[in-house]
Design a binder for this molecule. Sequence first.
Ligand SMILES: [Zn+2]
Ligand SMILES: [Zn+2]
Length: 247
Amino acid sequence: MQIPIASACAIVALSVACASPTTPTTTASSPTTTGSATVTSVPTLFQKFQSTVTATLDGNQIVLRSNGLPDHASPYWPSANALYEAPSGGMMLAPNTIATQNLTLRVPASPAVATASDTPLGPIGLAVNGVAIFNQYAAGRSPLAAEILTFDRFNGHPQQSGQYHYHVEPLWLTGKNGTSSLIGVLLDGFPVYGPRESDGSFPSGLDSCNGHTHATADVASGTYHYHVTATTPYISGCFKGAAGSVG
Ligand SMILES: [Zn+2]
Ligand SMILES: [Zn+2]
């Protein structure tokens, strides 16, 4: 699946320089996402990220950069912002306002299943629209119950520093792109998909990390991937592979 594009392409922003070149060509020896393979260009998966996200290859890692701002309406925007909207009925508005972030996530370019590990508080991944993905806990690893009341109608909210994030299904993305669409990537490099498979069925056999392995629309050779679920852990219960880093 990997495409040996000119190396110059790999070190510049995907959205700028790597968007146009040609249909991917597959060779018998092309690396896959199963682990130790050498990756020579940004995997095609990252072309699904919106233009506000840059994805570059740095050694064996993909570096994702984003300003963290949602591309949709929310009552958490400053009221002067064009995307500001009034809170929806029943929502409990928290006293935080969306602010520009300087998000950098480094994820394995060739993710591999390893010993599963707990996800931390703070960003555990990045959604295709550049918004941070958080885990299923509030501070102190307490349940999200109270925080859920503060979610806007797309299931996001900002924390104290204005970092907007999703703990559960980003309804803006699944509404716009479909319920089986790519939601984003976690720090271990594995993709997250919506609550359904591409044939419309619900995923079966999800493990405690909320994932399983089969071919996906983005990785024809098959990959471990997470699915968004309606119940905890919502996005991921643990990292299935070795996690990269934030910052
Ligand atoms: Zn939160
Ligand atoms: Zn699946």
